[in-house]
Design a protein around this ligand. Structure first.
Ligand code: PLP
Length: 389
């Protein structure tokens, strides 16, 4: 059975060979440790689980969650209060907030809500691969904007040729950045608002790592910059701050026209988030703020461990200030795929080759800090032994 043409445009998984090797090793009983996936192993806070159980027992929550198509007003209110308290951002929960099934879903539905077939759509390179897929499924043409270490992994917007900017109808970006760990500055966000206004480019500011910042960096919302609400939306998620990746709960906030357009797509696609999960989300915002600092301590400890091990094997590396990923240059200019292959063969450890995030990801590999301490320690010890010998 043939798939639709639009799916054929989505690039194949670059690391098919690596994935096959991992599968083979595991099938042969070899203990392979994966540092490739950003998915916290620590459990969701108990208060959230209790609230889900309570709400799941209430038959009122068993029906379609479509009474209020943007999500329960109680959830949207909790989001608005969270944004006011933590990021100094004021939004109208009626018109400027919508519940999502995670921010990945938001990226996809933002593209369907905004992008017409043939539109140019900007995204960073390296960049989160789901952006490209969302753009292609909407019929748009992804245009890569390089991000480089010398600019703190922020795009240089003035370098985007004006004919490209004029053709573009949207831009996808995320800071704190997956995969590089780069963080945005308020000055950059102001430039982004000006750029978006000048070229009528809608901003999809994907911010699921807003709380994962280190070394005194403060969480920064795109919407805290004057004028941001005129030009875009911020996507966010409960996945990372509350260890809720499996729950599928997030939110989009910002421009009311874009929120209404996303809502229209969702009404006709998924009918929204299970009410019991929205109640659980309210509990997370209300009772579980402490989880953020708790997780940051854990990630900081793991980050130090990885940096120390890298130093021992001759990779001098200072991590950027955000996310639970480390974006590390490969040793001796090795290609990222060759280095990942070497680690798999010699250390039975999986890292993500930077090339998978775009052309400008070449020469880097990504390590995720979301696995248990003991496993990470073992992985780093294996890497040390393999590369020192
Ligand atoms: C940049 C970025 N956006 C979105 C997501 C998806 O998050 P969610 O679980 O909220 O869908 C991820 C997950 O890794 C991500 O790295």
């Amino acid at each position: 059975m043939e798939s639709a043409e639009r799916l054929k445009k989505i690039p194949p998984y670059l690391f098919m060979e690596l994935r096959q090797k991992i599968g083979k090793a595991r099938a042969a009983g070899i203990d392979v440790i994966s540092l490739a996936i950003g998915d916290p192993v620590e459990p969701t806070p108990a208060a959230v689980i209790h609230e889900l159980a309570r709400a799941a027992h209430d038959p009122a929550n068993h029906q379609y969650p479509t009474d209020e198509e943007k999500g329960m007003l109680g959830f949207r209110d909790a989001v608005a209060r969270w944004y006011a308290r933590r990021y100094g951002v004021s939004v109208d929960p009626q018109k400027e907030v919508i519940a999502l099934l995670g921010s990945k879903e938001g990226c996809h539905h933002f593209a369907l809500a905004r992008v017409n077939p043939g539109d140019a759509v900007l995204m960073t390179d390296p960049g989160y691969p789901a952006y490209r897929a969302s753009i292609l499924i909407a019929g748009g043409e992804p245009v890569n904007v390089p991000i480089r270490p010398e600019h703190g992994y922020l795009p240089v917007l003035r370098d985007i040729p004006s004919d490209v900017a004029k053709r573009a109808t949207a831009i996808f970006l995320n800071y704190p950045n997956n995969p590089t760990g780069g963080v945005a500055t308020a000055a950059f966000l102001k430039e982004l608002v000006d750029f978006a206004r000048t070229y009528d480019v809608a901003v999809c500011y994907d911010n699921p790592y807003i709380e994962v910042v280190f070394d005194g960096e403060r969480p920064l919302s795109f919407l805290s910059v004057p004028g941001a609400k005129d030009v875009g939306v911020e996507l966010n998620s409960l996945s990372k701050p509350f260890n809720m990746t499996g729950w599928r709960l997030g939110m989009a906030l910002g421009n009311p026209d874009l929120i209404a357009a996303i809502s229209k797509v969702k009404e006709n696609t998924d009918s929204g988030v299970f009410n019991a999960i929205q109640y659980a989300g309210i509990a997370a915002f209300t009772h579980c703020e402490d989880n953020i600092a708790h997780m940051l301590q854990i990630y900081a400890r793991r980050r130090d461990l990885v940096v120390a091990t890298l130093r021992q094997i001759g990779i001098e590396y200072t991590p950027a200030r955000g996310t639970f990923y480390l974006w590390v240059p490969t040793p001796n200019g090795m290609s990222s795929l060759a280095f990942a292959d070497l680690l798999l063969d010699k250390a039975r450890v999986v890292v993500t080759p930077g090339r998978g995030y775009g052309e400008y990801g070449e020469g880097f590999f990504r390590i995720s800090l979301t696995l248990a301490d003991a496993r990470l320690e073992e992985a780093m010890e294996r890497i040390r032994q393999a590369l020192e010998s």
